[in-house]
Design a binder for this molecule. Structure first.
Ligand code: ADP
Length: 184
C-alpha cells in the first residue's frame, strides 16, 4: 500500500464526556496554536448538515449517522490542520488522527455543568456514569495507538491553560518530527 504524504499540520481529536470542556479547550487551542487549526465542533456540524437520522426527544439529542460524518470530513483530512471536537472519538478512522486528548472531570463538577446546561436528569445520569466508568478513555484506547491517547484533567481554568500549553508543545514537537521525516 502506498504511504500517505506527510501532513504539514496535525489532526487533533479533543474528546471526553459532554461537559468536560472539549469546546472550551478547542477554542483556546485554535487561538494559541503555532499552526493554523480549524476547530470543528462535530455536534454543530451534525445539526448544520443534517448528518443524522432525526432527533430523539427522550434523550434530547440527534441520532448521528457516523458514516455521514466521516464522509463530510474526509475531504478536509488530507490537508490536516483540524481540531475534531466530539464525545464519540472512535468514529474517526485511525489513519486520520495524530493526537487524541481525552478530557476528564470529577463527577460532581460534571453534574453541575450538565445541570446548568439544562440536560434532562436521565441524560445527566448517563453522562455522569460514563465519566465515572472512564468510557470515553477506554474507547479511545481501543481505537487508537496507546502513545497518542493523552488523558488530561479539566476542572479549573489553570487546568485549561496548562492543557492548552501542553498541546501547543506537542504540536511544536510534531512539526519538528514531520520536517525530519520529510528531510527538509
Ligand atoms: P464540552 O464541549 O465537553 O461539552 P464545554 O467546553 O462546553 O464542554 O464546557 C462545559 C462547561 O464547563 C462550560 O460552562 C465551560 O466554561 C466549563 N468548563 C469546561 N472546562 C472547564 C475548566 N477546565 N475549568 C472550568 N470550567 C470549565
Amino acid at each position: 500500500m502506498q504511504e500517505a504524504a506527510p501532513r504539514s499540520s496535525p489532526i487533533i481529536v479533543i474528546t471526553g464526556t459532554p461537559g468536560t470542556g472539549k469546546t472550551t479547550h478547542a477554542q483556546l487551542l485554535a487561538e494559541h496554536s503555532p499552526v493554523s487549526l480549524q476547530h470543528i465542533n462535530i455536534s454543530e456540524l451534525v445539526k448544520e448538515k443534517a448528518l443524522h437520522d432525526g432527533f430523539d426527544e427522550e434523550w434530547q439529542s440527534y441520532v448521528v449517522d457516523e458514516d455521514k460524518v466521516v464522509d463530510e470530513l474526509e475531504p478536509l483530512v488530507e490537508a490536516g490542520g483540524l481540531i475534531l471536537d466530539w464525545h464519540a472519538c472512535d468514529a474517526f478512522p485511525e489513519r486520520w488522527v495524530d493526537l487524541v486528548v481525552v478530557l476528564q472531570c470529577n463527577h460532581t463538577q460534571l453534574w453541575d455543568r450538565l445541570e446548568d446546561r439544562g440536560y434532562p436528569l436521565k441524560k445527566i445520569q448517563e453522562n455522569n456514569e460514563a465519566e465515572i466508568m472512564n468510557v470515553v478513555l477506554e474507547e479511545a484506547r481501543e481505537a487508537y495507538a496507546e502513545e497518542i491517547v493523552i488523558p488530561l484533567q479539566s476542572e479549573s481554568t489553570e487546568d485549561l491553560e496548562s492543557n492548552v500549553s501542553r498541546i501547543v508543545q506537542w504540536i511544536e514537537a510534531w512539526q519538528k518530527n514531520q520536517k525530519l521525516d520529510s528531510g527538509s
